[in-house]
Design a protein around this ligand. Structure first.
Ligand SMILES: C[S@@+](CC[C@H](N)C(=O)[O-])C[C@H]1O[C@@H](n2cnc3c(N)ncnc32)[C@H](O)[C@@H]1O
Length: 505
């Protein structure tokens, strides 16, 4: 899928192999982020799942849906391990959330944390990140962001007041929800781009304050200055009201007048208005800068960046470059449809794809296959996987267990197994659990690495001896015991990886 323009543009050297502006990736964003060069984007806007315990469905397309329901089954054991070993404070924040909120929040935060770490890395020193969330998880995300970006780089918490309360929107014994939250962090506070924004004065304000008209018909108000001097402030020269951190002037799409909705609405359930993205992009980037949306949905941020114009003179184009990622292939279809319908783009390049201001539209796809029966985890199988060109050793994208033995693997496994014996799942104190090779060293030549270690109580350890987990289960059943039904997936993964092929489960 690599096009000639990828290499011709020199994008590889700046962004990483397969990564270039005007690209939509159909992929898990972690795989894209990990393959991107450091410090190559100016702005990240992300509108991830909010941990809302809901499943979203595009009414026009049964395939375009995503699950915002979380459990530790969806979180790779390797992520917790990586966080524990490489980012202990973040691991503490996540485990604290498990205590105060429960497993869903723990799983959600682990999923977000591994991605936020990469987002910080790919952001330029002058860059900023806007994390769109809501009260479901904003408090936990802020703690995670304080660690990942540093609390001194916290810029603001913006309240997007998107709707008006109505009887139809009441839910539960509480007031009607009418706002989302944007957590804004700079990579390095003070070095970040911020273009002050102004809102137009209200008609009432103009009527009441700008009460004079000069001989040329220009409207103005008078302002008393020090020393008794009186100045004229002309309305057509006034910037307006400085933007505050509560944004009430742009509504959710469904709140728009029907005519406006028809133009912009795609049917995507969590679509954000373009005006919201335009404000963010205008405030935190300059023309030509690169905007990354790693959860781009129906590509609102990409369309907004491509269609950017001057804030005061909308006929002046001030386009930004952009990169979008979404697990759903719909994002690419959407970006084409929306650029044609909303931006009036028709011109195509050599390969017949729409021509954006930064070159031909690119679609890069990473392929996956189900890793477990329920489809909680997906294994990458190939495709246009980005590869960093700025690092001598590309990151281990598989997030696999390290091929070494960690000194604290016993404690790590205690967390991974939630304090249970790997044989029957009984909860035990750590002192009653021993480390044990999942695939026997003696009988099957299993390696002495983290990925082949589990915890088991002494008595089951003797029952298993040098056998496989299946043999252990059979022996346990013959003794009238029930094997642990919800064994963590790393145990099965170890047998699949290290047992001789004929014995693999
Ligand atoms: C709330 S929606 C984004 C909506 C978007 N801001 C818009 O205006 O269209 C979240 C999106 O994240 C995508 N998503 C969830 N997990 C992802 C992942 N790991 N990598 C890439 N996309 C993901 C979902 O498919 C969904 O489209």
């Amino acid at each position: 899928m690599t096009t000639a323009s990828d290499t011709a543009s020199g994008a590889d050297a700046t962004f990483g192999r397969h990564v270039a502006p005007s690209t939509i990736f159909t992929a898990d964003n972690l795989d894209v982020l990990r393959g991107m060069n450091s410090a190559c984007v100016d702005l990240i806007y992300l509108d991830p799942p909010f941990n809302s315990n809901a499943q979203y469905q595009n009414p026009f397309d049964p395939e375009a849906r995503f699950h915002d329901v979380w459990s530790m089954d969806r979180v790779r054991k390797g992520w917790m391990l990586e966080l524990r070993l490489k980012q202990p404070p973040l691991h503490h924040i996540i485990t604290a959330a498990a205590v105060t909120h429960g497993e869903t929040m723990q799983a959600y935060l682990a999923y977000m944390s591994v991605r936020l770490i990469e987002m910080r890395r790919v952001l330029k020193d002058s860059g900023a990140i806007y994390l769109h969330c809501d009260p479901n998880a904003s408090h936990y995300l802020k703690a995670a962001m304080d660690y990942v970006f540093g609390h001194r780089n916290f810029v603001d918490e913006i309240i997007w007041h998107y709707g008006t309360p109505s009887g139809g929107r009441t839910a539960g014994k509480k007031p009607v929800k009418v706002h989302d939250t944007l957590l804004v962090y700079a990579k390095s506070y003070g070095d970040h781009v911020y273009n002050a924004q102004y809102l137009a004065y209200s008609e009432k304000y103009v009527r009441e304050r700008f009460t004079h008209t000069d001989e040329d018909g220009r409207v103005y108000r008078t302002r008393k200055r020090a020393g008794g001097r009186v100045d004229r402030q002309y309305l057509d020269e006034s910037k307006g009201v400085p933007l505050s951190n509560v944004w009430s002037d742009m509504k959710q799409l469904y709140a728009y007048h029907l005519v406006h909705r028809k133009r912009e609405e795609t049917g995507f359930p969590t679509q954000k208005p373009r005006a919201l993205l335009e404000r963010i992009i205008r405030a935190s980037t300059n023309p030509g800068d690169v905007v990354l949306d790693p959860f781009c949905g129906c590509a609102t941020a990409c369309v907004a960046a491509e269609g950017m114009t001057n804030g005061r003179n909308p006929t002046l184009p001030e386009k930004r470059r952009w990169i979008g990622v979404d697990v759903s292939a719909k994002a690419y279809e959407m970006v084409v449809l929306r650029m044609e319908a909303e931006l009036g783009m028709k011109e195509t390049g050599k390969s017949g794809r729409l021509l954006t201001h930064a070159g031909e539209l690119r679609h890069k796809v990473i392929f996956y296959e189900k890793e477990d029966a329920k489809g909680n985890l997906w294994r990458r199988t190939g495709g246009d996987v980005p590869v960093r060109t700025d690092a001598p050793q590309p990151f281990d994208l598989t997030f696999g267990e390290p091929e070494t033995r960690s000194p604290n693997i016993r404690e790590i496994r205690y967390i991974d197994q939630e304090g249970r014996c790997a044989a029957d799942g009984e909860s035990l104190a750590l002192r009653h659990l021993n480390t044990e090779h999942i695939v026997s060293r003696k009988r099957h030549d299993g390696p002495d690495v983290d990925g082949n270690i589990q915890l088991m109580c002494q008595s089951h350890n003797s029952v298993k001896a040098e056998g496989t987990m299946r043999e252990l289960d059979e022996k346990m059943r013959s003794r009238g015991e029930e094997p642990w039904e919800d064994r963590p997936s790393f145990i099965l993964a170890a047998e699949r990886k290290y047992l001789p092929p004929r014995l693999r489960p």
